[in-house]
Design a protein around this ligand. Sequence first.
Ligand code: PEP
Length: 249
Amino acid sequence: MPGRYAIANWKMNVPPEGIDTYLRALASHRNGRASVVVAPPFLYLKDVVAQAPANVAVGGQNCADQRAGALTGEVSPTMLRECGARFVIIGHSERRSLFGETDAVVARKLALAIESGLTPILCIGEDQRVRDAGEAAILVSNQIRSAAVPALESARELIVAYEPVWAIGTGRNATGAMVAEMISEIRSALSRFWPSRHSKTPILYGGSVTPDNIADLGSNGRIDGYLVGGASLDSAKFLTIANGLMSLQ
Ligand code: PEP
């Protein structure tokens, strides 16, 4: 059975309560079947690794698609690993839309992250235009196919996050029924394109997740956890979301 995850993506923010207070609050989460991961901006990664309680793992929000070299401003997957990160978010829609990341770049990052011993959190999802055109299932299936790199075979663990672009940071979350439908499309794409991984890969949902909508989102029994942006900046809200994973079927 896939693992369960609550992943906090701070984006280019730090929690207003302060990093130390935030991390101390997370210590009260009892992992059980659900693991907690915090992805701070690169600059704070070592601080978070140093202060995180034992039940909290740390991830990068992005990584370079090259091992090393003349790439000003970039951070390699190996550097992340050496700083103590265990996870890395790859292909977030903000990277794809604001920084021009193509499926080919995402595939290279995925392969290098695996090679460096990181667990990739691969983000996929459709924008509003694609959803309106009825092409969301085709798009996510193509995103999975493009990410079918040979390195997947040697990955210890991989996570997929279904994040519809129209739901990210907008306050408009997908409904539990929509998410269930898309997760079954993603599972079927995984069985076609990542056959060795399809039953083991957790599929998370991300897009305006808050303590108020997890009951609906989790009601279909298909979600393996959440990737949380805005609400993850408040330890109390993020803990409620993480603890809510315990009650998923
Ligand atoms: C995200 O950044 O991955 C995200 C889902 O953000 P938010 O929860 O703010 O929509």
